[in-house]
Write a protein that binds this ligand. Structure first.
Ligand SMILES: Nc1ncnc2c1ncn2[C@@H]1O[C@H](COP(=O)(O)OP(=O)(O)OP(=O)(O)O)[C@@H](O)[C@H]1O
Ligand SMILES: [Mg+2]
Length: 430
């Protein structure tokens, strides 16, 4: 099999890494990929959001399978265009990807199908209407830009002043362009967050190992939200009865609802959940795996990802069995100085070779540039260091041991990935 992976971050490096392990895979391309990925795949300089250029690439390479990492090409309809040309592709169609592409659509979908989610205060298409609506909400109040805003379109606003300032940025200063034409105001839920990701062919569902992301930039969940600073996955993190209730009250009605609405979903479907005292509720859908959840998940996959992808595209997922490595995985994102704000790039990275000497550890690249034998930072998110272990403490030990060997000026990363789970299990911090 020859496979094309679309995207160029840590998640796509993880996908490439896993796909290459399949004995059926003889060639992997990645568009656009990155310097680190180029050690594992042939990178092609095509922008992942540019559907026309991706289609031209697909027609030129004629891959046996294309796997889409990020949301933008999905929301822009890359799957529809590839499928129309007889090119097999793993990912949601444009209509199905609207679940992530429009938060208003997603909310109305959940209401229509009785899927538990935060109560909506209202949807507004002018700043004036949104400001007025703030008089009738409870605090904190959640404000969401309707469209894609690269993880920056949501604020849990503690006060009316914060809410007003955020609505002004979205709707008057239009910081996220058309994504802020409509805003959704909703109730703030309380609880622990969980990322639950499944593979589906439109009817059958294969759950991925559950993961937990760490979105805030600093230890103890302090500082601004980021694209995700680390994740872990561990046996037993989700009691069986809770997983059953997620599947029955959320996942199955979503997949069935999409099918009944004429938008069958094929690919990875991400449920961002809040585990509230009333049970799990949906915060958001994503039409792809998360980053860094994908890295934590592929490390635990004990099955052939290329085979799983084909089972989805050929709608034979009912015949596919996923197996998972027992124990745990953990990964931590190493970021540039300033991230998630403006960051400093061009710093030399040392210690990459020493970091992976231990066979349990892998380094996925997100924002690096190679110059000769050396790597330099080129993005806010630079590397994801991931490891497996017999349990979570073991995976974390391998992961942090590797991270501590990697150095670049201004590097920062969270030291408390999985700490909450460890505290719960052992009654003490790491
Ligand atoms: N109703 C809510 N109550 C409490 N917190 C919320 C609520 N909705 C969103 N959040 C918080 O805001 C974060 C981002 O929200 P959401 O996942 O909807 O946005 P996003 O920008 O699509 O995120 P991502 O980049 O992960 O796709 C959530 O992970 C959660 O921490
Ligand atoms: Mg999202």
């Amino acid at each position: 099999m020859k496979i094309l992976v679309i995207g160029g971050g840590g998640r796509e490096h993880a996908l490439v890494w896993k796909l290459r392990q399949s004995p059926q895979v003889e060639k992997v391309w990645c568009a656009p990929g990155n310097s680190g990925i180029s050690e594992d795949a042939e990178c092609v300089a095509v922008n992942a959001g540019d559907v026309a250029a991706l289609v031209a690439l697909g027609e030129r390479l004629r891959p046996d399978l294309t796997v889409v990492g990020p949301e933008l090409p999905l929301v822009n309809g890359v799957v529809d265009e590839f499928t129309r040309r007889g090119l097999r592709i793993l990912g949601a169609s444009k209509a199905a990807a609207e679940l992530e592409g429009s938060k208003v659509f997603a909310k109305e979908f959940m209401q229509r199908h009785g899927i538990p989610t935060a109560t909506t205060y209202g949807v507004h298409d002018s700043a004036g209407a949104a400001y007025s609506a703030l008089c009738a909400v409870d605090w904190p109040c959640v404000i969401k830009a309707d469209g894609l805003a690269a993880g920056k379109g949501v604020l849990v606003a503690p006060t009316p002043d914060d809410a007003t300032a955020f609505i002004e940025r979205l709707m008057e200063r239009r910081e996220f362009g058309a994504a802020g034409e409509k805003v959704l105001l909703e109730e703030a839920l309380e609880g622990e967050e969980l990322s639950y990701i499944v593979l589906t062919d439109g009817e059958h569902i294969v759950p991925m190992a559950p993961t937990q992301d760490h979105k805030r930039v600093f230890d103890g969940d302090q500082g601004p939200n980021t694209g995700g600073m680390g994740a872990y996955s561990a046996d037993g993190m989700l009691p069986q009865e809770v997983e059953q209730s997620i599947l029955q009250s959320i996942v199955e009605p979503t997949v069935r609802g999409l099918l009944n609405d004429g938008r069958p979903y094929r690919g990875f479907l991400y449920f961002g959940l809040m585990m509230t005292s009333e049970g799990p509720k949906v915060l958001e859908f994503n039409c792809r795996m998360g980053d860094p959840e994908a890295q934590a998940i592929v490390l635990r996959m004990d099955f052939d990802l290329a085979q799983a992808a084909v089972a989805v595209t050929d709608q034979k997922l009912s015949q596919f069995r996923a197996a998972w490595k027992p124990g745990a995985s953990a990964c931590v994102v190493m970021a540039s100085e300033g991230y998630p704000g403006e960051f400093v790039a061009g710093k030399k990275i040392e210690g990459l070779a020493e970091a992976v000497q231990d066979g349990a550890t892998v380094v996925f690249h997100a924002g690096t540039k190679r110059d000769g034998a050396d790597y330099y930072t080129s993005g806010g998110r630079v590397l994801t260091v991931g490891a497996t272990g017999k349990d979570l403490p073991d995976a974390l030990t391998h992961c942090y041991d590797a991270a501590s060997r990697i150095r670049f000026e201004g590097c920062h990363y969270r030291r408390d990935i999985g700490a909450r789970a460890l505290k719960k299990a052992h009654g003490g911090a790491r």
